[in-house]
Design a protein around this ligand. Structure first.
Ligand code: SF4
Length: 531
């Protein structure tokens, strides 16, 4: 008990009160049987020790994009002499593992991707019988990192924390960061040489994966024989992987793949609603439980899916660098910040480099896509996207895709790029809660013709999401049909006449043919071309 005192509280010195309170607290704890437990402070112990002499017996694990991208990265890096394993697409088990070992309050993609790695290692240990020591010594995980206002900036720490708690302390998680040939501290040659060859190989894998995915989503909805597109895509994957892993000509492999794709028979007079998927980068890109296999579900329900490509994300990063440089150059002499500071940088040279980078991205994609048969595909114009979004969303705000989601919705509606837009945002995502729930409602008010559906992915709400999509898709189907019927009437054509003209044309029949964009629907665009 605190002893009563005759002194007024103001006259008792503060240290005496604190000592009394501390003594009282101790006495109460002892009386109630409360034991003192001290939490251990988490420290991110970074192990990046991977040297050239360990390459032979070390497997580099990669994961996180689409199956095509992961497989092409695997093949490309194998061609550079690395032993690579692409992890399976993250599923609900991965999500649960991520939640078990990760910090509280993370976003969904963090749990899915971190859990996917931990789950794989636990399987190696508990099902395949590999010792923890061998798992740690013989594997490295390679991932992308960033600094930024959203949780993407903390992924790498989250990987290390979860691995630690799952019993894999010291497991090496490496980031894509340019490094020289030698490790500075040890003088040993780095195991992973992130040099020009490395990044060129990654670029080839990413742009090829993008092009193959884009063309696959264009052909599959119109295939005449069910499953023919998937079979052709698989054949193309093998052809491209072989070229990447044996360092043979990628361009020839793409050309051969085009011939494989052209064997798929299609009927593009089928009127289908086009659905554009936008939203958070990982959630809209993954093809597994992370977005309830959204792309496949939409196709199953009779839609054509318009996906976002990784090349678009890279262009957004180039745009950011350009805008930041433009803003910072006004205070160039005071700009000493370590990473982006311009004090010692030649600004004109930086602008030229960024200009060349953008041109190189667009040309490489055009070349790869063109060889594969990806016709009339335009990568997004980031300046226009920022311009149209700026009125509603501050383009200085970063995190996730920033203003891009807003800009994309406006562009889809005003340019008639799709009949419907689905925005996928993961549970717990900071940037997207404000965008879809807040800003996009103003956009749909200003553009009432937009058929827009924001969905939140929690990992366990598939039925709810599917039924909401089906309801909106009904409207999109009606819109696609009306667009087609109006056009038939305008051009004074009938469906049979259109079909007859297509049958006679070698060019229009081929699966890789895609009519120039005029309106949203593929069948309607073909009709324009025929007319
Ligand atoms: S954008 Fe959202 S979901 Fe994606 S990493 Fe950041 S916080 Fe997570």
């Amino acid at each position: 008990m605190l002893k009563p005192s005759n002194e007024s509280p103001q006259s008792i010195p503060l240290p005496t009160i604190e000592a009394e309170l501390a003594r009282f607290e101790e006495e109460e704890k002892a009386r109630l049987g409360i034991k003192e437990t001290r939490s251990k402070q988490w420290k991110d112990t970074i192990n990046r020790e991977f040297y050239a002499d360990q390459r032979e017996h070390t497997t580099i694990l990669v994961s996180g994009l689409t199956m095509a991208h992961d497989l092409f990265v695997k093949a490309g890096l194998a061609g550079l002499g690395y032993s690579i394993k692409a992890l399976d697409c993250p599923d609900v088990d991965a999500l649960n593992t991520g939640k078990e070992y990760g910090n509280r309050g993370q976003c969904n993609p963090t749990y899915f991707t971190v859990g996917n790695l931990v789950k794989y290692l636990i399987d190696l240990r508990d099902k395949k019988g590999m010792s923890t020591e061998d798992i740690i010594n013989k594997h490295v995980f390679l991932t992308a990192g960033a600094c930024g206002p959203c949780r993407f900036g903390m992924y790498v720490t989250e990987y290390r924390k979860a691995l630690n708690d799952a019993g894999f302390e010291g497991f090496r998680v490496m980031l894509f960061e340019p490094n020289g040939g030698m490790h500075q501290a040890t003088g040993k040659e780095n195991g992973l040489k992130m040099d020009k060859d490395f990044f060129l190989t990654l670029a080839k894998a990413i742009f090829t994966g993008d092009a193959l995915n884009a063309i696959g989503y264009r052909i599959r909805p119109y295939e005449v024989e069910k499953g023919a597109t998937d079979q052709a895509i698989e054949e193309c994957r093998q052809t491209i992987m072989e070229a990447l892993s044996t360092k043979k000509s990628l361009l020839k492999a793409l050309w051969r793949s085009r011939k494989i794709l052209q064997k798929v028979k299609v009927d593009r007079t089928m009127v289908k609603p086009k659905v554009c998927i936008i939203g958070e980068f990982w959630a809209m890109t993954t093809e597994g439980d992370g977005n309830y296999r959204l792309q496949r579900f939409l196709e199953q329900e009779g839609a054509e899916v318009d996906i976002q490509l990784i090349a678009g994300w890279i262009l957004y990063n180039v745009w950011q660098a350009r805008v930041d440089t433009r803003n910072r150059m006004r205070l160039k002499h005071a700009d000493t910040e370590a990473r982006k500071g311009l004090k010692t940088t030649e600004v004109t040279k930086k602008f030229v480099t960024l200009w060349i980078a953008e041109k190189a991205i667009r040309l490489t994609f055009k070349l790869f896509g063109g060889l594969l048969g990806l016709k009339n595909y335009k990568l997004p114009d980031m300046e226009e996207n920022a311009r149209v979004a700026a009125e509603h969303y501050n383009t200085e705000l970063r995190g996730g895709e920033g203003h891009m989601e807003v800009g994309k919705l406006i562009q889809v509606v005003t340019h008639k790029k799709a009949h419907m837009v689905v925005s996928v945002k993961p549970l717990g995502c900071k940037p997207y809660s404000g965008v879809s729930d807040g800003v996009q409602s103003i956009i749909t008010e200003r553009y009432p013709e937009a058929i827009f559906l924001p969905i939140e992915t929690t990992g366990d709400g598939a039925v709810n999401v599917y039924s909401r999509i089906q309801m909106m898709l009904f409207k999109a189907k009606r819109a696609a049909e009306k667009e087609y019927e109006d056009l038939l009437a305008e051009k004074k054509l009938t469906v049979d006449k259109v079909k007859g003209k297509i049958t006679k044309s070698q060019k229009l029949k081929v699966s890789t043919h895609y009519s120039p964009h005029v309106v949203a629907g593929t069948a309607a665009n073909l009709l324009y071309e025929v007319a």
